[in-house]
Design a protein around this ligand. Structure first.
Ligand SMILES: Cc1cc2nc3c(=O)[nH]c(=O)nc-3n(C[C@H](O)[C@H](O)[C@H](O)COP(=O)(O)OP(=O)(O)OC[C@H]3O[C@@H](n4cnc5c(N)ncnc54)[C@H](O)[C@@H]3O)c2cc1C
Ligand SMILES: *[C@@H]1O[C@H](CO)[C@@H](O)[C@H](O)[C@H]1NC(C)=O
Ligand SMILES: *[C@@H]1O[C@H](CO)[C@@H](O)[C@H](O)[C@H]1NC(C)=O
Ligand SMILES: *[C@@H]1O[C@H](CO)[C@@H](O)[C@H](O)[C@H]1NC(C)=O
Ligand SMILES: *[C@@H]1O[C@H](CO)[C@@H](O)[C@H](O)[C@H]1NC(C)=O
Ligand SMILES: *[C@@H]1O[C@H](CO)[C@@H](O)[C@H](O)[C@H]1NC(C)=O
Ligand SMILES: *[C@@H]1O[C@H](CO)[C@@H](O)[C@H](O)[C@H]1NC(C)=O
Ligand SMILES: *[C@@H]1O[C@H](CO)[C@@H](O)[C@H](O)[C@H]1NC(C)=O
Length: 591
């Protein structure tokens, strides 16, 4: 068994030559490009820039190696990654008034691959409207759905499910690419009874819950099969794909782990714009500081929290706030850390008359080990996928908003307001009973929060405020979603299968539903928009449409912090696509 496990690891990480653990092993500290953060976006940018052998690239990643991290390799183990652990920054929000004063975890990955190495692996591009809104607010048509579409295909390597079942009718091949870098697949049919009920719902209630062949068409409205960033039964991350053996062996690409960037250094001026000559980072157990020089550009890809932290500690942010902490302001940019947007999610669960559930595996050591052994042998079976099987995308009609005096916060008429995920297991309360659950996400919240700092020490945790449910319309959308989901489970197909709701919300008043939402909502982990792009010459924003920091030169931000609005879905595919185009913008500058 051990021999086989070892073989698996060798197969996964065939070459570590260029991924350094110790700064002393690094051939040098002067590069053309220094990328801060080897996360979802950072590794894409590193890969694409280093395609040109004349450009030297260094990635500085604060976190640990992904090599052999079994929780990050076996898709089923995703839940293990959500607890405080060495692969996390362990962030928590400040108390949220909209959540009745609760604070909620806001995990961010601290591992090569970033959040792509610990996320739920759900692959959703969002709606065409989302990107067309990006283009409209930035004045750059290059951010529109049509213009970005080729970048989705550059990113995606469509892969068959591990059980090789006939996938006709489960997705639209015309929307996908088999020649990109990061694996995407449909899962094996691990939960046939549950899946049958979900799909039968679309036949019994086709008006409310129409079947959707493929949710990655740009018009994601309806209920369909989930696609995931999984290939061959293993999680596919920016580290396993964009830093795969054919790329990491490039002599011009180096990655240094355990390297936390504290700030940008060596400020200067070029054509009236602020520049930095390099970045300062701490490395090794002694916490010694080093400087890496960037002759061409510094690219911040440290994510929605990390990027903002580095900006503040470098003197880029709101002048009054920086002065209060004793940090000299080099660039007064009040939007840094503002407009932070995350999506709240809450769950509904039912006990069921079926043993084909996640509970049956997690609470039965014998079965757990059988399934684990199967995955070890062949990367098949229930451990080859995460917990959810299908997703539904629901749009409330315009009249619903108007008659309640709310403004529709979505990006446009083909964008959902609500996501409903379906799991043959329970994420609501620990229960030993066989159960199922749905996760309800408010996709385009009107609420905004912030990421700020309250200390001049770059190693202190930033202050994260997601502002959940501060806008009444977000609670309203959540409440309407509950009513719709309760209706879904009235479809005949569920009647002999459901036993009882875990929390009975049937016929409850709006106030009761609102309290349920405020008392149970947590983060969907899609924090974005903290260093948003805006039009050139806009009176707000942090980066221009070319992702260069406003008022600076040779300093770019390429990660989820530049989203001007959160997309109406999960955010890793949008992050990948922003990184792919972002890398092209860098190449354009230096061609
Ligand atoms: C628990 C969880 C589950 C999720 N599930 C899904 C999902 O199922 N589907 C989906 O589409 N999206 C999901 N998301 C969201 C999605 O994964 C993220 O939006 C996206 O991956 C963010 O990419 P990024 O490049 O902006 O940042 P990250 O991927 O977080 O990369 C930032 C990297 O920078 C490093 N870093 C930070 N600060 C520093 C510093 N000072 N110096 C050096 N390095 C630094 C970090 O360690 C990290 O590796 C999930 C997110 C989380 C946290
Ligand atoms: C997060 O918490 C875990 C467990 O408490 C700890 O081992 C790890 O070092 C923490 N992460 C960071 C970045 O401090
Ligand atoms: C937040 O974003 C909105 C546009 O959605 C913009 O009008 C506003 O100025 C931004 N606020 C800050 C502080 O950047
Ligand atoms: C479960 O289903 C079986 C067979 O249909 C039935 O006999 C049994 O009563 C059901 N159990 C419950 C708790 O509904
Ligand atoms: C646990 O799983 C084993 C193996 O599948 C099975 O034989 C056994 O009946 C299960 N136990 C319970 C209590 O369900
Ligand atoms: C599967 O392999 C892992 C090592 O990769 C090992 O720790 C685990 O015990 C194995 N599980 C089973 C049930 O064989
Ligand atoms: C909407 O606003 C109008 C005018 O202010 C008011 O008369 C009406 O009662 C409001 N409706 C709701 C549902 O709040
Ligand atoms: C900074 O904010 C955190 C909460 O995020 C808090 O625990 C800490 O006490 C604050 N520190 C200062 C100096 O205000």
């Amino acid at each position: 068994m051990f021999g086989r496990a070892l073989a698996t690891l060798v197969y996964l990480v065939p070459c570590l030559g260029k991924i350094y653990e110790d700064v002393a092993q690094l051939p040098g500290l002067s590069y053309d490009f220094v990328i801060v953060g080897g996360g979802t976006a950072g590794n894409v940018v590193a890969n694409r820039i280093s395609e040109n052998p004349k450009f030297s690239v260094l990635v500085l990643e604060a976190g640990v190696s992904n090599e052999g991290v079994i929780d990050s390799i076996v898709p089923f183990f995703v839940e293990d990654l959500l607890q405080p652990n060495i692969y996390e920054w362990n962030y928590t929000t400040v108390p949220q008034p909209g959540l009745n004063g609760r604070n909620v975890a806001n995990p961010r990955a601290h591992i090569l691959g970033g959040c792509s190495a610990h996320n739920g692996m759900v692959y959703t591009r969002g709606s065409a409207d989302d990107y067309n809104r990006f283009a409209a607010v930035t004045g750059d048509a290059g951010w529109s759905w049509d213009r970005l579409f080729p970048y989705f295909l550059k990113n995606e390597r469509w892969t068959p499910p591990v059980d090789h079942h006939d996938t006709r009718g489960e997705y639209n091949p015309a929307l996908h690419s088999t020649t990109g870098i990061n694996s995407v697949s449909l899962s094996a049919l691990n939960w046939p009874i549950f899946s049958q009920h979900v799909i039968e719902t679309t036949q019994e209630l086709p008006d409310e819950w129409p079947f959707l062949l493929d949710m990655n068409s740009g018009k994601p409205l309806g209920l369909g099969w989930q696609q995931s960033t999984i290939g061959g039964g293993m999680r596919s991350t920016s580290a396993t794909s964009y830093l795969g053996p054919e790329f990491i062996n490039r002599p011009n690409l180096h990655v240094l782990l355990h390297a936390q960037v504290s700030k940008l250094v060596d400020p200067g001026s070029e054509n009236g714009k602020l520049t930095f000559g390099g970045v300062q980072f701490a490395q090794g157990s002694g916490g010694a500081f080093f400087t890496a020089k960037a002759a061409k550009e510094i690219i911040l890809s440290a994510g929605s929290v990390g990027t903002v932290s580095v900006l503040f500690h470098s003197g880029i942010g709101d002048q009054a706030a920086l002065t209060a902490l004793g940090i000299p302001t080099l660039l007064n940019l009040p939007s840094v850390g503002q407009n932070a947007t995350d999506q709240p999610v809450f769950h509904l669960g039912w006990t069921v008359n079926s043993t084909q559930t996640l509970n049956a595996i997690t609470q039965n050591t014998t079965l757990f080990n059988e399934d684990y052994a199967q995955w070890n042998r062949s990367h098949t079976g229930p451990f080859s996928a995460g917990g959810t099987t299908h997703l539904a995308w629901v749009r409330l009609d315009a009249q619903t908003f108007a008659s309640n005096n709310f403004t529709d916060p979505s990006a446009g008429p083909n964008s959902p307001h609500i996501e409903v995920s379906f799991a043959p297991g329970n994420f609501v309360t620990p229960t030993s009973s066989n159960s199922i659950s749905t996760g309800i996400v408010v996709l385009s919240p009107a609420s905004r929060g912030s990421v700020t700092i309250n200390s001049s020490n770059p190693f202190d945790s930033p202050v994260i405020d997601v502002g959940f449910l501060e806008s009444e319309v977000d609670v309203f959308i959540g409440r309407e979603a509950i009513k719709k989901v309760l209706g879904l489970f009235k479809a005949p197909t569920w009647q002999d299968y459901l036993i009882a709701p875990i929390t009975d919300l049937e016929d409850m008043s709006d106030d009761v539903l609102d309290e349920y939402i405020r008392n149970t909502a947590v983060s969907a982990f899609h924090l974005s928009g903290t260093a948003a792009m805006s039009a050139e010459n806009a009176g707000y924003g942090v980066v221009d449409p070319d992702l260069i920091v406003k008022g600076a030169s040779r300093l770019r931000i390429i990660d989820a912090s530049v989203f001007p609005f959160v997309t109406s879905g999960h955010t890793q595919a949008p992050t990948y696509v922003i990184a792919e185009r972002g890398a092209d913008l860098v190449k354009e500058t230096w061609k």
